[in-house]
Unconditional design. Structure first.
Length: 573
């Protein structure tokens, strides 16, 4: 019988404790597809992982003061996990980023390093040449994680009361300079405990993840949740998944995984690229939770995945929803079982009212709920101007507070006060202002978009993501995530005018006779479902829409480039 684990208030004591009572239990399996198409599995037991982490922590403690920022620039794999945990075991502040050879020329990496001013850079033998060439302020020394070290026995647990900060979770720099969210050890372990409770995650669970470690979902759900529960984490790289989505599903099948997470685009990719022959080799019947934390969660993506993989034993009720952000460590709300679907009048939502309607209503908007608040989390819908709690049946900005929410941004007191210091009118206490718009209905949270992405036409609110889905569905040749909707100034007319950019395949762009058909279908769909006429609908070639490192379209950058006349139209190509 496997001894039951004891969960502490921090991942350091929890993981070290698990290694003490279950040293031979598998902790992390990394499947490397770099040298083999079929993958080579490397497994670290809890004892082996803890020994490597303690050895690295001894080295870090000897060279750097507690509380020093340490940037992790390892390739995706076991060394990255050891580097992150080694920082925690040493009382340093981990800064999960990405090695320069993955995103060469990306200014986001150097901007993060300039912001956090790391005292050291953790990397590997293979990557140290590229890392050493980075222009980092102060030229901090390199620590090579995969060098053999035998000092684990000299490790002493850090004083986490004196140094409570665990890591900095950097948010996307798509609209402003990147900001590092300060996540404490207690924040992280609280988030793990909340997820364990919501999804009944135990040491018997096996989770498979390809999500990037430097993103909050990859870090918390891929590393902290399974290892902080005594479970088994099975990983592959994001590139290995993108290259062959079947690999992710194959690992779920092979390791009898019962927990995984993926955004909309990953489900869509599997539907498109996993063949019928490959499906015959899959058994997904053990997958009890497939969590989707996108905003908004696309019902079409869930339904298409369920239909495509029903023959593998996958059931639609395994889909789970969640909502959160880096500022909350990861999650604020999540579904308690099968996702809840609501159908609401789109026109009423446009003026801030919540009115359920029939699915066959022309203005019906079917929205997947993001679930209910996790243990200890409070969620409010607030008028962002008056800061008064919105009445029942009204939309507003989503505010939250709870023990999993970070304590602010690294070295940004002004922005910390703005985002983490929300004050409800006539009430005490600080709230996190998420910047997201949504509403509560029958206890469920529905997220409809970002405040900055609201488009106000003729006094009615339109949500960019909703408009984009409508355009995508207007023509069967459109694919998800290839549309950008935004507003431009009405030039004295009041409000805004709607602009839509649609990225089409090369063969469609090269066929002028198909352009008019697509434009007519898109305009008809926007008029029917939203009652809005676009001021401009521009067809652009593949790769024209600027995106974040995770593949999301940068609407703000699209707007700027549109106003600068940077997008070529088909007739100009």
């Amino acid at each position: 019988m496997i001894p039951q684990i004891e969960v502490s208030d921090d991942l350091v004591r929890t993981l070290h404790g698990i290694a003490g009572i279950n040293p031979d239990r598998p902790a992390l399996t990394f499947v490397d597809y770099g040298a083999s198409r079929d993958g080579v599995a490397i497994t670290l037991s809890y004892g082996e992982l803890d020994r490597r982490v303690r050895a690295l922590a001894v080295r870090l403690t000897g060279e750097f003061d507690a509380g020093s920022p340490a940037a992790i620039l390892c390739p995706h794999g076991p060394d990255y996990v050891v580097a992150f945990l080694g920082c925690l075991y040493a009382g340093l502040v981990a800064v999960p980023v990405f090695p320069p050879d993955q995103f060469r020329g990306n200014l986001g990496l150097t901007a993060i390093l300039a912001d956090c001013r790391p005292r050291c850079l953790l990397t590997t033998t293979a990557a140290k040449g590229d890392v050493a060439a980075l222009p980092v302020p102060g030229a901090p020394p390199l620590v090579v994680v995969d060098e053999e070290q035998d000092d684990a026995g000299r490790w002493a647990a850090p004083d986490l009361e004196a140094q409570p900060l665990a890591y900095l979770q950097y948010t996307s720099g798509s609209t402003r300079a990147p900001s590092g969210v300060r996540i404490t050890h207690r924040n992280l372990m609280t988030a793990v405990a909340q997820m364990r409770e919501r999804w009944e995650y135990t040491q018997d669970n096996v989770g498979v993840s390809w999500l990037p470690y430097f993103h909050d979902m990859g870090l918390v759900s891929g590393i902290a949740l399974p290892l902080g529960s005594g479970g088994h984490a099975v990983h592959l790289t994001p590139y290995a998944f993108i290259q062959r989505p079947y690999r992710w599903l194959r690992l779920i099948s092979e390791y009898r995984a019962d927990w995984s997470a993926a955004p909309n685009f990953a489900l869509d990719l599997c539907v498109r690229r996993v063949t019928e022959e490959q499906k015959k080799r899959l058994d997904l019947s053990n997958l009890g939770v497939l969590c989707n934390g996108a905003e908004p969660i696309r019902l079409s993506s869930l339904e298409a995945f369920s239909a495509a993989f029903s023959g593998t034993g996958f059931t639609h009720r395994a889909h789970a929803s969640g909502y959160g952000l880096a500022e909350a460590t990861l999650t604020l709300t999540a579904s308690t079982g099968q996702v809840v679907l609501g159908t609401f009048d789109r026109a009423a939502l446009g003026v801030g009212r919540v009115r359920p309607c029939a699915e066959d209503d022309p203005m019906a908007w079917r929205i997947v709920s993001s679930g209910t608040p996790l243990s200890g989390v409070e969620v409010r819908v607030v008028d962002p101007v008056t800061r008064a709690a919105a009445p029942p049946g009204a939309t507003g900005e989503i505010w939250a507070r709870g023990p999993n929410i970070g304590d602010g941004y690294w070295d940004r007191p002004g922005r910390t006060a703005e985002v983490f210091g929300g004050r409800l009118a006539g009430a005490d206490g600080r709230w996190l202002r998420t910047g997201d718009v949504g509403f509560l209905h029958e206890g469920e949270l529905y997220v409809t978009g970002r405040i900055k992405d609201l488009i106000i036409v003729d006094g009615r609110n339109h949500y960019a993501a909703d408009l984009e889905v409508t355009v995508e569905r207007a023509d069967p040749e459109m694919r998800p995530r290839n549309v950008a909707a935004f507003g431009v100034d009405g030039e004295g007319e009041g409000g805004e005018r709607l602009v839509v950019l649609a990225e089409l395949r090369h063969d469609v762009i090269a066929a002028p006779d198909r352009h008019e058909r697509f434009l007519r279908a898109a305009r008809r769909a926007l008029a029917t479902h939203h009652g809005v006429e676009p001021h401009d609908l521009v067809l652009v070639p593949p790769g024209a829409l600027p995106r974040t490192t995770s593949g999301k379209v940068r609407r703000g950058t699209c707007r700027e480039r549109y106003l600068d006349g940077a997008f070529s139209r088909p007739e100009d190509l």
